[in-house]
Design a protein around this ligand. Sequence first.
Ligand code: SF4
Length: 224
Amino acid sequence: MERQTSDTPAPAQRAREAAVRLKRLYPDAQCSLVSGGDPWRLLVMARLSAQCTDERVNIVCRDLFAALPDAAAMADAPLSAIEAMVRPCGLYRRKASDLKELSAAILRDWDGRVPDTMEGLLALPGVGRKIANLILGDVYGLGGIVADTHCIRICGRLGFYPESLSDPVRTERIMTPLVPREEQAAFCHRLVQFGRDVCTARAPRCAACPLSGICAHAGAADKK
Ligand code: SF4
């Protein structure tokens, strides 16, 4: 992790600056899962996106939602039919079972509404903190750091914690107080886009990066 000097902005200030620069770069960054604003559909898509690309999830879900448009239809569908439809997303048995069960739980325990609390979301089958934060931020506007692979990698490179850190819960804990709550959802969507375009896993394009002036990784490279 970078050492703090009198010239180095404090982490919160640097996080704000990173958020500003990312917003300039991607003013309209949105979730790449195309759910049409339906909370249950976003939940289903987020569950399917584990170890699968968002592009593939979007394609698979066109047919999935045409056949099973809501929680009631999913809860009533034969498991084998759901499995067949979500198979291209990988891990299809587990995912299909989770989709059926979480849909039933939403109908049974939440009157058909996707929960709006971390505890309620985590109680749903197959829903972890990453998905829960996505729902809280995107659907309910409550904020939430979605600590996916891009967020973990880029925030580490920026110097908010050691680059070797790969624990999503610690990333979430460190970044949550640094990014204003109302900006957290967009900040994370922008990190995804930025991680695909500029700060890629294999070859970050530091020379052309608008965040290089506030980035510990770029600073360390300059000193080599
Ligand atoms: S300067 Fe390099 S490591 Fe830092 S955010 Fe930009 S691309 Fe990533």
